[in-house]
Design a protein around this ligand. Structure first.
Ligand code: SAH
Ligand code: SF4
Ligand code: F3S
Length: 473
């Protein structure tokens, strides 16, 4: 493990890039905005960019929906039930709108991009629709609502990364923060709506990422999660020297900001995760040994129909590389889809046997939901009954619970370095935080504060949490 060094003052100054800061002191607020976020971490990170843009333009935010002049829902379109949830929520707003006809209701994010004007036509109470690349236009769109009854911008961009915008951290614990490093996705997994809602893949400029992470560290944050749909394909040409920065290079530069700043990242694509990334993780203690590597299925036939562009054997080779370069304790999690088109019981057993091979620490598991306009919706029949999907999903979840239990149990008796994130949800006498491999650890408070590292001896576990006691080493 190499010795860590912090960046020098000159190096830090070199990171200076023009940044737009929100004017918290906007003399007269143009109105109060309430934002609710759904979907993936990237969407939550986008809400922080949206808040920054609005505050810079004289709006203020509120956590109380009843005080709001504008309600914005930042939405997800990944599965049908994600959209159903939003439609229910919108119907619930009818009462608010009838009490206050001047209230603006806006839809942002992936569902806005997917449905475009349909949302205004179908959900009669929606006034504003803005897609993921249109957030800089939000102040104009809101302005437009003072003279017109609707405002829409759903243009997708090939360049927008919001790199110059300093996000306003929402509902933050002051210790961990998300940092978007890229947008969009160029993979064409046949089941997935993301390439249509988020557009082409583009990487954010290096200097703005490093400067955001540096600022977070100076503000007391101790963990950054670098976000992208496929972080391994991060690629940026450094304008100062023409050098191409890969994801491994970026990880190293973020890790060098300070040894006390932990670095996590998500999501890795099995076809792109390189040994170089794994060796970089091994080299720096502060890059957490925790990899989210969605498999989606364990069957080659289904992986091919999904256009995931890797095989079960390739996936297993990547798992073996993780285990040999980073060791058995590296946390590995997955996404799995049950009941994709034409999936047989044999395909399902391949998925279960892949899970047995890997013994994942954690997983996000879904039953297949056909999304209109995707290649799968156009080419294949969604022919697995809801009942079968449900049963297969239950089998996958059951297996995961079993493996999570085993993996957590293995840590009993070990000492874990934990970053304290705050009070445990269940007790004021306990703190919680995460260990290196990403598991939540709960322990009785001593003198430690939020944002500090402690060593915890693990004494017990559930399938979701580790329990332990602070120990001096
Ligand atoms: N970029 C990430 C995934 C982003 S979407 C990757 O490639 O792994 C998050 C997860 O939602 C996916 O990994 C997949 O498991 C699930 N998902 C996406 N589309 C889905 C659909 N149509 N039905 C069910 N699950 C889906
Ligand atoms: Fe969707 Fe595939 Fe892109 Fe992930 S890699 S966002 S699953 S298209
Ligand atoms: Fe959902 Fe869009 Fe994220 S569809 S999962 S919010 S990229």
């Amino acid at each position: 493990m190499q010795e860590l060094k912090t960046l020098s003052k000159e190096e830090l100054e070199g990171l200076d890039v023009p940044r737009i800061s929100p004017s918290y002191l906007a003399e007269q607020s143009k109105g109060k905005v309430y934002i609710e976020s759904y979907g993936c971490q990237m969407n939550f990170a986008d809400s922080e960019v949206v808040t920054s843009i609005l505050m810079t333009n004289g709006y203020s935010t509120t956590d109380n929906i009843k005080d709001a002049d504008t309600i914005l829902l930042n939405t997800c379109a990944i599965r049908e039930n994600a959209e159903t949830k939003i439609r229910h929520r919108l119907r619930g707003f009818h009462a608010l709108k009838s009490k206050n006809p001047l209230l603006n209701i806006g839809i942002l994010g992936c569902m806005a991009e997917r449905l475009k004007t349909k949302l205004i036509e179908e959900e009669k109470i929606v006034d504003l629709v803005a897609g993921p690349d249109a957030y800089r236009d939000l102040p104009n769109l809101l302005e437009q609502l003072s003279t017109e009854d609707k405002a829409i911008n759903v243009f997708l961009s090939r360049e927008e990364t919001y790199g110059d915008i300093e996000p306003v951290r929402l509902h933050s614990n002051g210790v961990t923060a998300f940092v978007s490093i890229m947008r969009g996705c160029d993979n064409m997994c046949t089941f997935c709506v993301v390439p249509y809602t988020r557009g082409r893949e583009r990487s954010r400029d290096l200097a703005s990422i490093l400067s955001e992470c540096q600022t977070l560290f100076e503000q007391g944050y101790r963990e950054v999660s670098l976000l992208g749909q496929n972080v391994d394909s991060y690629k940026f040409e450094d304008p100062t020297n023409g050098q191409i920065i890969s994801f491994a290079n970026l990880l190293e530069k973020v890790a060098l900001i300070h040894p006390d700043l932990r670095v996590r990242f998500s999501t890795s694509h099995p076809k792109d995760i390189t040994d170089e990334v794994l060796h970089t993780m091994a080299k720096y203690e502060n890059i957490c040994k925790n990899i989210h590597l969605p498999a989606q299925s364990g069957s080659n036939r289904i992986l091919d129909l999904m256009n995931r562009t890797y095989t079960r054997e390739w996936y297993i080779d990547r798992i073996n590389a993780i285990r040999s370069i980073l060791g058995e304790s590296c946390g590995i999690s997955h996404d799995m889809i049950a009941g994709f088109c034409t999936e047989t019981e044999e395909d399902q057993s391949e998925t279960l046997s892949l899970m047995d091979y890997v013994q994942y620490d954690f997983g996000y598991m879904f039953s297949y939901s056909e999304r209109p306009g995707t290649p799968a919706a156009k080419k294949y029949v969604d022919d697995i009954s809801e009942e079968v999907k449900k049963r297969r999903l239950a089998e996958i979840i059951e297996k995961q619970r079993f493996h999570s239990g085993i993996r957590n149990h293995m840590l009993i008796g070990t000492i874990q370095k934990v970053l304290v994130e705050g009070d445990s949800k269940k007790s004021d006498l306990h703190h919680y935080g995460k260990c290196d491999s990403g598991k939540v650890v709960v322990f009785q408070k001593q003198k430690e504060q939020k944002g500090e590292y402690v060593f915890v001896k693990i004494t017990q576990c559930t399938t979701g949490t580790l329990l332990g006691e602070i120990t001096n080493i």
